[in-house]
Design a binder for this molecule. Structure first.
Ligand code: ZN
Length: 182
């Protein structure tokens, strides 16, 4: 085995475990049909090119699917272990460039993969629901916008803008310097 294969992190990962990880997250209670949501599914061999990728057949609708069907990871040319590592690095807040270096990939490939992952993850995030008292951001309206255009003109446009900037910075400071218990 070439030394470069050992240095590359994705080469050290176990394909079977990566697929088990996806199954565990996707179907903690056991595989379900992505078409009709039936739990009456039977194992139906493995993928021809990825031997750890389990195939299934649904007894309710006769549909066929596998571990990745209907996920953002289906139909990708990178092996699943590379995607798993990408997700892991994403959680560590590594930049796309750093991830590309670690995995020996092209920067633009990693960029595309991360976009896919973010889209895939975001799709599962429930819509934010606001209840009770909601504080949005502080908004400052310059005098001219309060019906005093003459006063603003006398002070000069750039001066007004500078004043707005100062007030905005002060507001930001108040927000960030609040004790965390508040
Ligand atoms: Zn089905």
């Amino acid at each position: 085995m070439a030394a470069s294969e050992l240095i590359n992190l994705s080469g050290l990962l176990d394909d079977a475990k990566c697929f088990a990880l996806v199954r565990q997250h996707r179907w903690p209670e056991g595989a379900r049909c992505p078409v009709c949501d039936s739990g009456a599914v039977i194992r139906d061999g493995h993928d021809d090119t990825q031997p750890c990728r389990q195939r299934y057949r649904c007894k309710a609708c006769a549909g066929r699917f596998d571990d990745l069907t209907g996920t953002v990871l289906a139909g990708r040319h990178q092996p699943l272990r590379v995607w798993v590592l990408c997700l892991y690095f994403m959680g560590l807040n590594l930049s796309n460039r750093q991830i590309a270096l670690e995995l020996g990939l092209d920067g633009s490939d990693v960029q595309a993969m991360m976009e896919q992952l973010r889209r895939g993850l975001a799709a599962k995030t429930p819509a934010v629901e606001l209840t009770g008292e909601v504080e949005i951001d502080e908004v400052y309206v310059v005098a001219g916008h309060k019906g005093q255009p003459a006063a603003v003109a006398k002070r000069g446009g750039s001066g007004a803008a500078a004043g707005w900037q100062a007030r905005r910075d002060a507001a930001r400071w108040r927000r960030t310097s609040r004790p965390s218990s508040a």
